[in-house]
Write a protein that binds this ligand. Structure first.
Ligand code: PHE
Length: 468
């Protein structure tokens, strides 16, 4: 990459202005944007089913510990890097690497992250497309009185039709691009200020429905009673990997969002708010889903990925008012996925604008088109290419594995090492000036020792378990 692109954060910084992409209108908008990124399919689709597969409570406890000891410290580091770099993750890392006098190979952090974002987006849009499809199916009564078998057929038919899958994937991708084209202030900022409150309202409505009509006591005790026997070492690893995915860490989203953060906003408490809200949504989603699942005796909580697309529609379809609330549920899932997807593409868009002179529209068309095309591989892996596998994974599973289990943890590890060991402590401290020295010291210690060790264990064990 040419030298002249090694710009420091624009000189406007000194006068209090931001980089070329604009900035969040307030610290609160940053909280909503980062929460919007964090809260997504990971919370509503994945968390309940992996908690279900791993026996509930004990898994939830391990997950919470991972959020606190790895997720939160790494998130502070990412926001800090983004705000200090004030550019897309690629250029921010290039600047920070230079500032710290390090070898250019550390730029890989930015590249890995931005690439992982586009790869995740490619399959994320496909799954989010399922949720879009389900809004209509729920509302039109397809699941009225349906049995688990019938619901399985509906899901199976969707998966077997590339045309249908591509249609919904495309709609979702267009929705995502439409927001990102609007830019940081008018696009992303406005979207999250509408989407996030709406999402919370819908979640509370669903929770009310679940308390009234579901088997709330059973759902609650499933999520919060500690059954340590059900928890395996593999479950611990899954909890840790999920902490990364659910907080959107290790792929530049949070770094890019940090670049648009006001100078004076306090990073520590802001990140705590995001982590708290993300965890709250995961737990509330679990509390909304399991009582509904348990209300139908034919369904079991460890149903796996189909929990949301097979079990839940059956449960809704057999409850009074279920069609309305079922539709609301899939609207909720779509909104959550939407506000995550915009953060998956924004880092790359920002990079093309900064370094290649693209405008937002062209950058979106190009990158959206790229992610969409790669996504076709995932679409086909559910039908035509179902038997085409690499190391036992079909295309979709491979992309998911490569990003969640390899790229995110690795980038997270590099970030912890970069900020904890390589950046000048004064530079780090100056971004976190508002934290007390006790809090700063504790955070830095965890980031230097605990987080890298934990990530390393996850990575090595995760890869080992997968291929052994
Ligand atoms: N955090 C999102 C979720 O839980 C997924 C995501 C990962 C979004 C990485 C952005 C970056 O669904």
């Amino acid at each position: 990459m040419a030298e002249e692109q090694l710009t420091a954060p624009s000189s406007d910084e000194a006068s209090g202005k931001r980089g070329i992409h604009g900035a969040w209108s307030s610290r609160w908008t940053f909280v909503m944007a980062a929460t919007g990124s964090a809260v997504g399919l990971g919370n509503i689709w994945k968390f309940p089913y992996i908690a279900g597969e791993n026996g509930g409570g004990a898994f939830v406890l391990v997950y919470l510990i991972c959020i606190l000891l790895v997720g939160m410290p790494v998130m502070v580091a990412e926001v800090m890097l983004g705000r200090r770099g004030r550019q897309s993750p690629i250029n921010a890392m290039r600047y920070l690497t230079q500032e710290a006098g390090l070898h250019g190979a550390w730029n890989a952090i930015g590249w890995l992250g931005v690439t992982a974002g586009l790869m995740i987006l490619s399959y994320y849009a496909v799954i989010a497309g399922w949720a879009l499809y389900y809004i209509g199916q729920m509302a039109s009564g397809t699941f009225q009185g349906a049995s688990a078998d019938q619901a399985g057929v509906v899901f199976g038919q969707l998966l077997s039709s590339p045309k249908e899958l591509i249609f919904w994937q495309s709609i979702f991708m267009l929705l995502t691009m439409a927001v990102v084209v609007g830019g940081v202030t008018r696009g992303l900022g406005v979207a999250v200020r509408i989407l996030m409150p709406l999402l919370f309202v819908l979640l509370v409505i669903l929770l009310g429905f679940s308390i009234q009509r579901g088997d709330f006591a059973r759902g609650f005790s499933f999520l919060f009673s500690f059954n340590f026997e059900a928890l395996t070492w593999a479950g611990v690893l899954e909890a840790m990997g999920h902490a990364f995915f659910t907080l959107s860490l290790g792929m530049g989203a949070i770094m890019a969002y940090g670049a648009y953060m006001p100078d004076h906003a306090r990073i520590g408490r802001t990140v705590l708010a995001v982590g708290f809200l993300d965890t709250l949504v995961a737990l509330l989603a679990g509390l909304a889903i399991f009582p509904i699942v348990f209300a139908n005796p034919t369904i079991e909580p460890g149903a796996g990925p189909g929990l949301m697309f097979v079990s839940l529609p059956v449960a809704f379809g057999n409850m009074a008012g279920g069609l309305l609330f079922g539709s609301i549920f899939f609207v909720l899932v779509t909104l959550a996925a939407w506000s995550s997807a915009i953060s998956l593409i924004e880092p790359a868009v920002a990079f093309l604008i900064e370094s290649k002179g693209f405008n937002r529209i062209t950058a979106n068309l190009l990158l959206g088109g790229l992610a969409w095309s790669v996504g076709l591989g995932s679409v086909l892996s559910f039908n035509v290419w179902a038997d085409v596998t690499l190391a036992g994974f079909n295309f979709f599973e491979f992309m998911d594995f490569l990003t969640s289990s390899v790229m995110l943890p690795l980038t997270g590890l590099f970030i912890a090492l970069f900020v904890g060991w390589l950046m000048k402590p004064e530079a780090v401290r100056s971004e976190l000036m508002d934290e007390s020295s006790g809090v700063f010291t504790a955070w830095r210690w965890i980031l230097r020792y605990i987080s890298p060790a934990a990530v390393l264990v996850v990575f090595v064990m995760g890869v080992y378990k997968t291929f052994s």
